[in-house]
Ligand binder design. Structure first.
Ligand SMILES: [Mg+2]
Length: 314
């Protein structure tokens, strides 16, 4: 029987101990966080999901789009929705269709990102809902070595039970009706708790960086410190496509109730702003108000108002 790996905290070298940083560890999302949500990968992924739903469920193109949204809202992902409805879909089949066909050439090498990640002294953990092959492929495209991270927490990490073949040996019959097909993904509490356990650091000293507001809210709910990566509004109307609005509606929450927000949340236009907006990671002093990131400082106060938001994704 395979045992879970020990927490990163028990094996990581703590060179940064003694620094003034309030963070012992960083949990970093991958898609739309380490690269921009506007390069076309996100849209291509949605299209692939809809094509998969059409081929698997035999629905029309228009219905597939609505079905993707329904699955996301009711089950957290299309794969989770299909499994819950009884479709015999193996995660590898789904991921090879949905991720394996992505236009990876759109992800360009990012030397600045690599340099940024290497400069962070704390252990870094990649925490993604995507499958491991996609994570590796994406990191390769970005020019970031996998061992830049102390651990990769991905779909397979969170869902080992989905990779056990519970059929009788040699049988091609249906899977047992009692088969556990629950899919564990961000922003579920189970996924967040697993990540915190696998990291092994106190949540209040762990910085969670993600582009999804629901994930950020889930991170806050278990005590993580959080940074939401979200591109700024563009003056170009063409940029305001559905993907952008789905991802960024926090920017448009100018109406409705807003709660007071703790100061320990951050908002980034892109991961490249990490050093400017959160210099505390490196034990450097936080810049106070005004300046280039004055708007960012103001926006971070609004993060507690995002708990009830429902972005539409995969
Ligand atoms: Mg993401």
């Amino acid at each position: 029987m395979q045992h879970p790996p020990p927490p990163v905290a028990s094996v990581a070298v703590m060179e940064f101990r003694g620094s003034k940083s309030p963070f012992d560890c960083l949990l970093l999302d991958l898609d739309d966080t380490l690269y921009s949500s506007t390069i076309g990968i996100r849209q291509a992924c949605k299209k692939n999901i809809e094509d998969f739903l059409a081929s698997k469920c035999g629905v029309s193109e228009g219905r597939a789009s609505a079905l993707r949204v329904e699955h996301f809202r009711s089950h957290g992902s299309s794969l989770a929705g299909l499994l819950a409805l009884g479709y015999d879909v193996h995660p590898d089949e789904y991921h090879s269709f949905v991720h394996g066909r992505l236009p990876y050439e759109l992800i360009r090498p990012d030397a600045g990102l690599r340099e940024l990640l290497l400069s962070i002294p704390q252990p870094k953990i990649l925490f993604t809902n995507s499958d491991r092959q996609h994570a590796r492929r994406t990191l390769r495209r970005l020019g970031v070595e996998e061992d830049c991270f102390h651990r990769i927490i991905c779909f397979e990490t969170m869902n080992p039970h989905l990779f056990k073949d519970e059929r009788e040996a040699g049988s091609s019959g249906p899977l047992p009706a009692t088969r556990n097909v629950e899919v564990i993904l961000k922003p579920s509490a189970a996924a967040m708790k697993m990540a915190v356990w696998l990291a092994g650091f106190a949540p209040h000293r762990t910085l969670f960086v993600d582009d999804n507001e629901r994930n950020i809210a889930a991170g806050k709910a278990i005590g993580l410190r959080t940074a939401l990566v979200i591109p700024p509004p563009s003056p170009s109307p063409a940029f305001l496509g559905d993907s952008y609005i789905e991802q960024s509606h926090v920017l448009f929450l100018k109406v409705g109730k807003r709660e007071r927000t703790k100061e320990d949340d951050y908002l980034l236009d892109s991961i490249s702003e990490l050093r400017q907006v959160i210099p505390e990671i490196w034990g450097e002093q936080e810049k106070k108000g005004g300046g280039e990131h004055g708007a960012v400082t103001t926006m971070r106060r609004d993060l507690d108002s995002i708990r009830e938001t429902t972005p539409i994704g995969a």
